[in-house]
Ligand binder design. Structure first.
Ligand SMILES: Cc1ncc(COP(=O)(O)O)c(C=O)c1O
Length: 291
């Protein structure tokens, strides 16, 4: 069966799916997106993704002429049409197609595209044993990285640097008065554990408010674990007992090396194991999916 995509109300073979060359997403990165996990054919944390998408559209003044109900139906229709029960769905909304000009075009409707890709979530559970390595890269992004735009060039370059270094992710680090602050990964949120306390950068304009991050904070607090939302430095991360990252496509992965240096004893620690248990139990509760 060929892969299918959604473009402005139509489902068609991925190979035939396209936007106009003057789509503003292509020319200006004038677009926002979401990536959602689908397990057992159900979309995880769908409402939270919708809320974030609407907020981002609002921040940029992009009008998407489709309400949440029909949008949900179209997303489900595309997932069903592709026939994968474990996959990710990518949704992108640009300001539309118009003659190239920086200022907003009047009256151009937004372009909505969606694609679906099969995804092996069970590999993330296997990776809990081995853990993953991260490197650090300077955070040279713009000042509103809380908005999930397709303008991802710094993230792309950071991820490529990680790949070339044999690491899974790059942690973006900003120089400040108190040392180098770890903000987040190129496509994941960053966490450390010290003396049983779970620490992650606060939301604001300096990180993307990850849906997986938010879920993990809620699950940890419900389990009476201490969570601190505060900036932490690279020195703290290197001296942490444990570290990990979260995202839609990597709900929780232990970080066992930072820039080649072992975190704690260099193996998956007890707090990350407990948080992984909580995370995957929540996935099963929402979707019925088990590895
Ligand atoms: C920069 C950045 N931070 C964090 C995340 C994690 O967000 P979520 O948990 O919503 O996938 C992403 C996801 O793509 C990201 O691009």
């Amino acid at each position: 069966m060929p892969q299918l995509a959604y473009v402005n109300g139509h489902i068609l073979p991925l190979a035939d799916a396209s936007l106009h060359v003057e789509d503003r997403g292509t020319q200006f990165g004038d677009a926002v997106y979401e990536v959602c996990a689908v397990m057992n054919g159900r979309i995880l944390d769908w409402q939270q993704h919708l809320v974030r998408l609407r907020r981002n559209l609002g921040e940029l003044g992009i009008t998407l002429g489709i309400a949440d109900g029909p949008l949900t139906q179209q997303a489900r229709r595309l997932i069903a049409a592709n026939g994968h029960s474990e996959c990710i769905i990518y949704m992108q909304v640009s300001r539309g197609t118009a003659k190239r000009d920086h200022s907003f075009p009047g009256g151009a409707p937004a372009n909505l595209v969606m694609t679906v890709r099969r995804f092996d979530f069970a590999q993330r559970i296997r990776q809990l044993e081995t853990g993953i390595a991260v490197i650090t890269q300077p955070d040279n992004r713009w000042g509103r990285v809380d908005i999930k735009t397709t303008g991802l060039l710094p993230n792309v370059l950071a991820k490529q640097a990680a790949k070339e270094a044999g690491a899974f992710e790059a942690w973006m680090v900003a120089k400040g008065d108190g040392g180098e602050t770890v903000r987040e990964g190129s496509s994941t949120n960053a966490w450390i554990v010290k003396d049983g306390r779970i620490i992650t950068h606060p939301t604001g304009t300096e990180i993307l408010p990850g849906i997986a991050r938010d879920s993990l904070i809620r699950l940890a607090r419900e389990a009476q674990l201490a969570v601190e939302e505060r900036p932490f430095t690279l020195a703290e991360a290197l001296a942490a007992d444990e570290a990990f990252l979260t995202s839609t496509t990597a709900p929780i992965l232990p970080v066992v090396r930072i820039d080649g240096q072992a975190v704690g004893n260099g193996h998956t620690g007890p707090v990350v194991r407990r948080l992984a248990e909580l995370t995957w139990k929540e996935v099963a509760r929402q979707t019925g999916w088990r590895a």
